[in-house]
Design a protein around this ligand. Structure first.
Ligand code: NAP
Ligand code: MG
Length: 495
């Protein structure tokens, strides 16, 4: 395998270890697991298989760092400088981090470098601004039961939650880590991060950057491992909050696991997002945006626009333009800049996606374009659009997590809003129209945490992201994530 970055070569040769209390350590058991390059199936590195004893050590380190108070009590502008420095170092190492992410996940180097690394750096930069802006309120209580002559001075303080477990998936490994670590640090919490077993490497390189930026020992700990490692963290009695991104199925397990000590829970889960193309849309822009909506990151994005509703008046024109353009998408490895569709992350995901392709065909939907696996090594599938589907089919209802969309015809606004909202999920939605009134009217009626008009996957560090219904609890990014990582204390003083 050819690797351009000397830093990545050195990192892979160093047998990467976990970060606990500022030290790079092996699992107590000495066990490791392999992580692979999805383009070839080759082993990239062996990393520690963290078990509950390692989780205990990491949580204890995070607890000591929190209770010692140095990080919480640090002058806000000092904490800001450290978080800003993380962003600067990520930009400095962007090419290395991007290549490492592409190798471990299979995604294109271009997406890895911009959508993962640059946006992750941007999140640290955004949250770097927050420590000096955290405030409480002064309140004006009536104090019904107190002597009327007694005066009070009441105010609120915004305080960190404590030790935060953060469990992230493999589709945007570094970015999901940044979405969680940056607001946690800005608000004075300490962290134990568990990356996905398919993609543990970029989080460990981020760990090196955190130390280089001056994050004190124990403030961020990184434990690599499998689902059980995540379960040990989410059920741990000394963890105050768990933040999870991944499947709705595991999200429900996290809720169960959090019951023991009623730790705070935030969840970013699956989706099956509608993308609605009205007859008055700019068709060329809508075709391009629809393709981006379901093929970005090879469809491995929770917010992908996979249910494409097209107005009957433009249905034939739109779907033939869509089929023609999708048919030209090049399938290939992440290190080829020409590749529009890169390998899925694993054999498991390949089996899952090809399983849905077969289910769609068996249920009677028609493949408009694509529909097959590509080659017999690497986890490649064609970008696929189904038509002639009915609302009950699994390809319409379930999250596929590959570059697969279903195009469906509608005739009126009320009807398409009802169809779009007919889902257990509610993560994102797209609207393509040149009618401003329609854009606002429909945006208000869609049950989704984010609505994109004439665009898709339009993220910003300052804009909250999260789901209605079974797509999650809480919102990440923006000021909303400050809420997730702080709690309010009311202080009332009899003067
Ligand atoms: P997943 O099992 O939900 O994994 C997400 C994270 O949770 C990983 O770090 C995983 O660790 C960890 N985990 C697994 N079981 C756990 C448990 N019982 N307690 C605590 N943590 C646990 O997702 P997946 O199996 O990788 O993917 C399956 C499907 O989930 C995908 O096909 C897709 O539909 C969906 N998904 C959604 C997102 C999203 O952004 N919303 C992201 C990825 C996947 P290990 O990796 O070590 O198992
Ligand atoms: Mg891997």
């Amino acid at each position: 395998m050819s690797i351009a970055s000397a830093k990545v070569k050195e990192f892979l040769n160093s047998s990467p270890r976990m970060l606990i209390d500022g030290e790079w350590v092996s699992a107590k058991s000495g066990q490791t697991f392999d992580t692979h390059n999805p383009a070839t199936g080759e082993v990239l590195a062996s990393v520690p298989l963290g078990a509950s004893e390692d989780v205990d050590l990491a949580v204890a380190a995070a607890r000591r760092a929190f209770d010692a108070g140095g990080w919480v009590a640090m002058r806000p502008n000092t904490r800001e400088k450290i978080i800003w420095r993380i962003a600067e170092l990520m930009d400095e190492y962007a090419a290395d981090l991007g290549e490492l992410e592409s190798l471990d996940n299979g995604k294109s180097v271009g997406i890895a470098t911009v959508a993962d690394v640059r946006f992750a750096a941007e999140c640290f930069r955004y949250y770097a601004g927050w420590p000096t802006k955290l405030t409480g309120t002064t309140n004006n209580p009536s104090m019904l039961l107190a002597d009327p002559s007694q005066e009070f001075h009441a105010y609120t303080r915004r305080e960190p939650v404590g030790v935060c477990a953060q469990i992230v998936p493999w589709n945007f490994p570094l970015l999901m880590a940044a979405w969680k670590i940056a607001p946690a640090l800005a608000t004075g919490n300490t962290v134990v991060l568990k990356p996905a077993e398919q993609t543990p490497l970029s989080a460990l390189m981020l760990g090196e950057i955190l130390l280089e930026a001056g994050v004190p020992a124990g403030v961020v700990n990184i434990v690599t491992g499998e689902g059980e490692t995540g379960a040990a963290l989410s059920s741990h009695d000394d963890v105050d909050k768990v933040a999870f991104t991944g499947s709705t199925e595991v999200g429900k397990l996290i809720v169960e696991a959090a019951r023991g000590n009623l730790k705070k829970v935030s969840l970013e889960l699956g989706g099956k997002s509608p993308n609605i193309v009205f007859a008055d849309a700019d068709i060329a822009a809508a075709v391009a945006g629809t393709i981006m909506g379901f093929t970005f990151n090879s469809g491995q994005a929770c917010e992908s626009g996979t249910r494409v509703y097209v107005h009957a008046d433009i249905y034939d024109e739109f779907t033939s333009a869509l089929a023609a353009a999708v048919g030209t998408l090049k399938v290939g490895p992440g290190n080829d800049p020409e590749s529009a569709i890169t390998p899925l992350v694993s054999q498991e995901q390949l089996d899952r996606v090809t399983g849905y392709l077969e289910a769609g065909k068996a249920d009677g939907a028609r493949v408009l374009v694509g529909g097959e696996r590509v080659g017999d090594s690497g986890y490649y599938v064609q970008a696929t659009v189904f038509v002639d589907a009915t609302p009950d089919m699994s390809i319409v209802r379930e999250e596929i997590f590959g570059p697969v969309a279903v195009a469906m015809k509608f005739t009126d606004e009320d009807e398409v809003i009802a169809s779009a909202n007919d889902s257990d999920y509610g993560l994102a939605a797209g609207i393509w129209t040149t009618n401003l009134s329609r854009a606002h009217r429909v945006a208000a009626r869609l049950k989704a945490g984010q609505v994109w008009v004439n665009t898709f996957h339009a993220f910003d560090a300052g804009l909250p992201f999260g789901g209605y219904r079974q797509s999650g609890w809480g919102r990440e990014l923006g000021a909303e994530s400050i809420e997730l990582y702080t709690q309010i204390k009311a202080v009332n003083i009899a003067l």
